[in-house]
Design a protein around this ligand. Sequence first.
Ligand code: SF4
Length: 510
Amino acid sequence: MPQSAEKTKDHVSLFQEPEYTEMFAAKKAQFECRPTDEAVAAQAEYTKTWEYREKNFAREKAVINPAKACQPLGAVFAAQGFEETMPYVHGSQGCVAYFRSHLARHFKEAVPCVSDSMTEDAAVFGGLTNIVDGLQNSYTLYKPKMIAVSTTCMAEVIGDDLSAFIATAKEKESVPADFAVPFAHTPSFVGSHTTGYDNMIKGVLSYFWDRESEKTRGKVTEKINIIPGFDGYAVANNRELKRYLDTMGVEYTFISDVSDIYDTPSDGTYRMYDGGTKLDDVRTAIDAKATIALQHDCSAKSLEYIETKGQPTANFRYPMGVSGTDALLMKISELSGKPIPESIEKERGRLVDAMTDSQAYLHGKKVAVFGDPDFVYGMVSFLLEMGCEPLHCLSTNGGKEWVAAMEALLASSPFGAGCKVYAGKDLWHMRSLLFTEPTDLLIGSSYGKYLEKDTGIPLIRLTFPIFDRHHHHRFPTLGYQGALRVLVEILDRIFEVTDASSDISYDLTR
Ligand code: SF4
């Protein structure tokens, strides 16, 4: 046996041992009934052609490797950003295991979230009993200040009514009558995790602002509300944005702040809840001067709701890079009446200096980008500023409005001229694009590593989820400092490729 208590091997080396390689070969020969290696190779070659690309893009009935997750995942993420809040999913346990593992694999943190484990009987008779028992268990065992309920496909298909079910649970004293149980219906067969995020934010706000409005409404304050949106870099990005706001002297409330819950220290104490937006701050956020959402796609319904309360709103599309950060800071300054201090202006100048230093290596680099609509928009905006040439922009959860915004952005720069925008397409479409019209770089999530292996196009991981690299979320992508980090990641990859591809230009100095 290659593995023993004295000599343990990681799977990477263990499965290279003859014992395993012979077993894999035997299984393949006996059970796979596959065509010959030559036939497989010929078919693989065919999938790289223009002819196959056209067939692939004509595909209607199947989705292969979508770059998105389902609604409740976004709702769980949003719920976790509130003080001592337990996200609660009304639905199947397996779905919740997926949400927890998806988030834990990215943030490398335990992810508290419960389900009421609907099974076959609940699918037939409805999940009322599950929610009555589940709320009581959650309240008793985990002692949260709030339980935020979302749904999976099963609960939505049978039409469970969360409002009525939660009212019944309160009548049956599962939780006290005045205990906060906001909810959001998050049907997973429409929208994506960004829609679920939006639904949950609206659910939490409307719980406090409608049901408790008589307790909460006061005079308009100096505070600005910030809705960060679903962001795999929220740990560092929220902190970076708070640094700007503190430097400017702006009073603010983050509407869902996951920066501490996804970054708890190892000091011998397990924190089921850490940080998050105080519930009292959510209550009084109705009286803020304005609300700024950093991601358009994650905030449409929430902002619409906030506007009904007479509050001005502003909406961004993941404001990355120089102009994105400029626009965000100027909007904060305009709304708060606070000037942008010189220290922040200097950070901007340093970023522009760094971009200028590296211009020769960035200019004309062809790039493919995939991910959530706002991420792709923000990333492409920064790529254009750097002189890169985006070629393929793909968002599985992008829609017509996103395509129009992307096309306007691309039209604003000569570097955007050759780029095409693909909404509703998946990573198998992206594979066809990369084989038929290759790029120098690919930017997206860890799921892009299969495209990198297939096509040889280097992947830069800059969005959610990043499962196969560690700690990226601890460093910002937003603000001038974040842009500098993104710039360095892109440059490092360019230099690695350059060094690997030539002995003649294996230069010490670049
Ligand atoms: S798509 Fe539906 S079934 Fe699948 S994980 Fe999401 S909620 Fe569960």
